[in-house]
Design a protein around this ligand. Structure first.
Ligand code: PEP
Ligand code: MG
Length: 569
């Protein structure tokens, strides 16, 4: 884009997630209000109590209004939350604290925290209400302090949601029909929020300094491939974005069928899903967007906002819906991957210096074996109910002994096909031993594999150059895994974000990968790239990338061997 207008607002840059682009209206997400550290005590406690009562009443009224339009379960939840905002005991506690010479915001905060402690100690059902009560607190504080209400506001029309950061639960509830794009100041290219954005098929740019200074209601163009956010985009940029969207839509209109290279080597194209809705959408896709199954069902996404562990029956119901949606097709279910970038409130963690190197993924089962046991039983029950045969795999496996232990537990629960994710360099280096330990398959999680191979926190956006899956060291580890799979005659998938870059997908196939799992929106472009390329070219691209010094050179070397139409994707 060229612009000669000196008054045009500056283009903001960050790290793009995916390759798509969009134009939309800026909707700013306010961070939750906190009581000011220097809040003075209420000079007039009676007047402060009035202000607090008014704020609670206003919040209750808003929640009831939302309940009236929402209907169904959402309405029930909102009405229950409104009742919390009207709880006389809570108001009395706030007033008592005001009497003790505290400012109104601090009094609300302290009273709510006190109630949260009581709820948390009152068993799983009450503990579940803690999140709702804290939401009431955030809304009341915003009222008292004259700040915008927290969270994602109601969206009307194509919106670019802009926030300092988004909680995964916020991102998961966004309506893809109204969200044109997501821009955050924090987060990393493989953070959970970015992954959910890809799932929603929404272009996303993270690590954009100054994003929250964008004007609410203003228009921006967002280009995930370039990592740019352009306020008040000129007409030619808007046209270019629209042309790209049309080209993508044209690819999606092509024919479907099993993924295969130009010379007929089959490479399964699978979907990454995190919710029942994701699964139902992916299962219903047709033509070039159709998938042969699910390569990664991130089960923890179902329970991100839960304070209490979901019971076996509830889990079985959710899994059964996903399995039923894909009946007759392959579904790879990953057991709960809690910890580090995916905290789950119901999985207790001790404070850790380095959570990414701590008790996470399969390691959680060392402390809480019943969590894994319940999940495996629920999955087996869902399989039986739907007459399907899901594959199950564990996240964060490092050794052959862990692999063997997991496979044994999965089979004991009645599941026939057990595998492991290769996310830790040790697992890639020892892939032959993992496969010999009783695994039926492995699936490479390039997001974590890159993090651990490069010793770069996947949430640390400023290390994005190290977190690039084109890093030759990462490719080498994928190559070791691919070779181990070929030698053992077992499938090797990739289910990290790397699989949805068409050029990189070809390199992965050249490294011995037999299936690619990705956000369904990425499938048409990867399908097209495969269909244009022979297996021998994939291998040549892989060798060229492996021989390169750095990610940019690896991409350039692979691109030089690719069909020009693939290069242009
Ligand atoms: C990965 O690490 O590549 C992966 C697919 O798992 P997640 O992104 O959920 O950690
Ligand atoms: Mg992972």
């Amino acid at each position: 884009m060229t612009t000669t207008d000196p008054a045009a607002p500056a283009v903001l840059t960050g790290v793009g997630v995916g390759t798509s682009a969009a134009v939309g209206t800026v909707v700013l997400v306010a961070p939750p209000a906190r009581p000011p550290a220097d809040e003075p005590p209420a000079a007039d406690p009676a007047a402060a109590a009035d202000a607090v009562r008014t704020a609670f009443a206003a919040v209750a009224a808003t929640l009831r209004e939302r309940a009236a339009v929402a209907g169904g379960t959402t309405a029930e939840v909102l009405t229950a939350t409104a009742l919390m905002a009207e709880d006389p005991g809570l108001l009395a506690d706030v007033e008592r604290r005001l009497g003790a010479a505290t400012g109104p915001a601090s009094a609300v905060d302290a009273a709510v925290e006190g109630f949260c402690e009581v709820l948390a100690a009152g068993g799983p059902y009450l503990a579940e209400r803690v999140t709702d009560l804290r939401d009431v607190r955030d809304r009341v504080l915003a009222h008292l302090l004259g700040l915008p209400q927290p969270g994602v506001p109601a969206l009307h029309g194509p919106s670019v949601v802009v926030a300092a950061d988004l909680a995964p639960a916020d991102t998961a509830t966004l309506d893809p029909a109204l969200v044109a794009g997501i821009v955050t100041e924090l987060g990393g290219p493989t953070s959970h929020t970015a992954i959910i954005a890809a799932q929603l098929d929404v272009p996303c740019v993270v690590r954009v300094a100054g994003a929250t200074s964008l004007r609410a209601g203003g228009r921006v163009a967002l280009d995930a491939r370039a990592g740019t956010v352009t306020p008040d985009p000129p007409a030619e940029l808007v046209e270019a974005v629209e042309a790209r969207r049309a080209a993508r839509a044209a690819l999606a209109a092509a024919a479907g069928g099993p993924g295969r290279t130009a010379d007929g080597v089959q490479v399964q194209l699978l979907a990454n899903v995190g919710t029942v809705e994701d699964a139902e959408r992916a299962a219903a896709a047709t033509g070039a967007a159709a998938v042969e199954g699910v390569g990664l069902f991130r089960t923890e996404v179902l329970f991100l906002d839960r304070a209490a562990e979901p019971g076996e029956a509830e889990q079985a119901d959710a899994y059964a819906r996903v399995l039923a949606a894909f009946a007759g097709r392959k579904v790879v279910v990953r057991t709960l991957d809690a910890g580090a970038d995916k905290p789950l409130a119901f999985v207790p963690v001790e404070p850790e210096e380095n959570p990414a190197l701590g008790v996470r993924g399969l390691r959680t089962a060392r402390r809480h074996p019943q969590l894994l046991a319940t999940q495996l039983r629920a999955l087996a029950a869902a399989a039986e109910r739907t007459g399907t045969d899901p594959w199950v795999m564990a996240p964060m496996v490092a050794t052959a002994a862990e692999a063997a232990g997991f496979a044994e537990r999965a089979r004991a629960a009645g599941l026939r096909t057990a595998g492991a994710m290769v996310e830790v360099p040790a697992a890639a280096l020892r892939a032959p031993a993992l496969l010999a330990a009783g695994l039926d398959f492995v699936s490479v999680g390039t997001n974590d594999l890159t993090q651990y191979a490069m010793a770069a926190d996947r949430l640390a956006g400023e290390l994005a150059d190290l977190l690039d899956p084109w890093q030759p060291a990462v490719l080498q580890l994928v190559g070791l895994t691919g070779a181990a799979g070929a030698a053992a005659g077992r499938p090797v998938g990739v289910c990290g974000e790397a699989a949805r870059d068409p050029l990189l997908a070809l390199v992965l196939v050249g490294l011995g990968v037999t299936s690619l799992s990705m956000a369904p929106a990425a499938v048409p472009a990867v399908r097209f790239a495969l269909a244009r390329t022979t297996a021998a070219t994939c291998r040549a691209m892989a060798s060229a990338a492996l021989a390169a010094e750095d990610p940019a050179a690896a991409r350039a070397a692979a691109a030089a061997l690719a069909d020009p139409a693939v290069r242009a994707l």
